[in-house]
Design a protein around this ligand. Structure first.
Ligand code: PGA
Length: 258
């Protein structure tokens, strides 16, 4: 049975003071929600303060990006050595990194491998844009991203990692994918591709989130789908009450304690 995972991608939001206030506001309620993994991904500058606030809780911490080298002349970059002191998870290949920062499939693959070398669990984002979606290229595109991201991994690693299906046209638009549509892409395309590369066991073990305009009002639809193991939440994770509500609803529907 796959443990559902609800992660909040704060993106470029919250100063340290604001991050601390947000975590204090949701920490107790979020921690009490059982049967789902809860992960906060604040910006790098707030990781340390948030890590301290999460000590003695079961809430996990993730980074939004990572450089693939351990150290050296890479001005402005953050290495896995720096993150492993603080985080359990790292988001890799978010569409905003691909679009604005030149992230490539090769870069994603390299970072995924490096994450494993340092004991960090990658949350690998894939998803098509509107043009691809309308041209009927979603399956081919997403399958290609999955293949590239997972190339050269071991099946045991694939069972550990998390993927997020995030159609780009659904991110930050208030227009989510349909739950059935996301379920189909995750089941047929993402798990299907994983199965062809690593076997059916790995395909059934890998956890796959849906992301793109998830909020309390629609999370139930997504969580009732069998192939969807949680959500990667952007905008709604910046409000304590909304993120707690999303995690609670996910736990009620597919929490492993049931
Ligand atoms: P959104 O972002 O929830 O604001 O659509 C999701 C994401 O980019 O991970």
């Amino acid at each position: 049975m796959r443990t559902p995972i609800i992660a909040g991608n704060w993106k470029m939001n919250k100063t340290i003071a604001e991050a601390t206030a947000l975590v204090r506001e949701m920490r107790r309620e979020l921690n009490e929600i059982e049967g789902v993994e809860k992960v906060l991904c604040p910006p790098f500058t707030a990781l340390s303060a948030v890590a301290e606030l999460l000590q003695a809780t079961k809430i996990k911490l993730g980074a939004q990006e990572m450089h693939c080298e351990e150290k050296g002349a890479f001005t402005g970059a953050i290495s896995p050595l720096m993150l492993k002191e603080l985080c359990q998870y790292v988001i890799i290949g978010h569409s905003e990194r691909r679009k604005y920062f030149g992230e490539t499939d090769e870069g994603v693959n390299r970072k995924v491998k490096v994450a494993f070398q340092h004991g960090l669990i990658p949350i690998i984002c894939v998803g098509e844009n509107l043009e691809q979606n309308e041209a009927g290229q979603t399956e081919e595109w997403v399958s290609g991203q999955v293949r590239a991201a997972l190339d050269g991994l071991a099946a045991e690693q694939v069972k550990e990692l998390v993927m997020a299906y995030e159609p780009i046209w659904a991110i930050g638009t208030g227009k989510p994918a349909t739950a059935a549509g996301a379920n189909a892409i995750i089941g047929l395309v993402i798990r299907g591709t994983v199965a062809s590369m690593f076997g059916e066991d790995a395909a059934q073990a890998v956890r796959v989130q849906y992301g793109g305009s998830v909020k309390p009002a629609n999370v139930v639809e997504f969580m009732t789908q069998p192939e969807i193991d949680g959500a990667l939440v952007g905008g709604a994770c910046l409000a304590a009450d909304k993120f707690v509500a999303i995690a609670r609803l996910a736990a009620e529907i597919k929490g492993t304690h049931k």
